[in-house]
Design a protein around this ligand. Structure first.
Ligand SMILES: *[C@@H]1O[C@H](CO)[C@@H](O)[C@H](O)[C@H]1NC(C)=O
Ligand SMILES: *[C@@H]1O[C@H](CO)[C@@H](O)[C@H](O)[C@H]1NC(C)=O
Length: 294
């Protein structure tokens, strides 16, 4: 299968699979598969649902790995009481020195706001949490949550508004996630030891099952060819030229930094919605981490 192509491929595969088999959920089958508790990964018409009950959580993973690209999930979070639950959408590589970019949606009691925690692991080290509330209720409609990753920056976006940027400052000796292909994952689980109001509010199982619904999972990325020469794959996916298989738009010039408009959006989102930033947490980090000063 050729690289990139995201929505076209997804649309085409849906069309073909539908014609050939009529299988429900075929829209997702080209991109992802259940990877935890497949009986809690449910196809419901055009939607994919992850279900958490007192027996199990659930999760899915991309079929391929990618080195750079943009991954998006359109999610409607758990309605009503979601206290104690976490729904995550993330990218991760494998191994002890792994990289990881996380969205973790922390549930709450009915009517109280969800928090979106983002975190990043670079070469196996995390502890880079930021938390925001949202400018909409994420439980009443689908919204797009994305990670854009290229050799210059990692950007977390909500409905295409950037909420967090980790720029490449390797020239100042700051680590940057590179050279490891990443899978795209989502899961739902019980985290009532910490998720809601610091763990004070526990999951109320009488409200189970807790269900997060997905309308689309879209990955535009340089598909990693497992089994090929590692160095050649890195070169193929990170070079500045376009890919042979098509346009690698996620690493073109205009993707190397935020536009002026996006910078304003980021400032707005942080000013209005940031509730926690590890960079400003002097009790955890008396000396701010290097990337926070860059
Ligand atoms: C839940 O609601 C409370 C009260 O509004 C708020 O303090 C908290 O940040 C919210 N989110 C989480 C994940 O606890
Ligand atoms: C799960 O929850 C249901 C409904 O509250 C309850 O009837 C059942 O016994 C629980 N099962 C387990 C394994 O805890």
């Amino acid at each position: 299968m050729a690289d990139s192509s995201g929505i076209f491929r997804l649309g085409f595969m849906f069309f073909v699979a539908f014609l050939v088999t009529g299988v429900r959920g075929a829209k997702f089958d080209g991109v992802i598969q259940a990877c935890w508790a497949s009986d809690h990964v449910i196809y419901d018409g055009e939607l994919l649902k992850l279900k958490l009950d007192n027996f199990s959580g659930a999760g899915f993973a991309s079929k391929n790995k990618y080195l750079y690209g943009k991954a998006t999930a359109e999610i409607k979070l758990i309605e009503g009481d979601s206290a104690g639950t976490v729904t995550a959408f993330y990218m991760s590589s494998d191994g002890v020195n792994h990289n990881e970019f996380d969205f973790e949606f922390l549930g709450n009691t009915t009517g109280e706001p969800y928090l979106v925690q983002t975190n990043m692991y670079v070469n196996g080290i995390g502890n880079r949490e930021q938390r925001m509330d949202l400018w909409f209720d994420p439980t009443t409609d689908f919204h797009a949550y994305s990670v854009l990753w290229n050799p210059r920056q990692v950007v977390f976006l909500v409905d295409d508004t950037p909420i967090r940027v980790y720029a490449n400052h390797e020239d100042s000796g700051i680590v940057f996630p590179r050279d490891q292909p990443m899978g795209v994952y989502s899961s739902i689980w019980n985290a009532d030891d910490w998720a809601t109001q610091g763990g004070r509010v526990k999951t109320d199982w009488s409200h189970a099952p807790f269900v997060a619904a997905y309308r689309e999972v879209r990955i535009d990325g340089c598909e990693w060819r497992a089994g090929e020469d590692w160095a050649a794959e890195i070169k193929r996916c990170s070079g500045s030229e376009w890919g042979k298989e098509g346009r690698y738009w996620w690493k073109e010039k205009e993707m190397e930094a935020l536009s002026v408009h996006q910078s304003h959006q980021l400032m707005w989102a942080r000013a209005k919605h940031l509730v926690y930033d590890y960079c400003a947490d002097a009790s955890r980090f008396p000396e701010p981490p290097a990337e926070c000063k860059a």
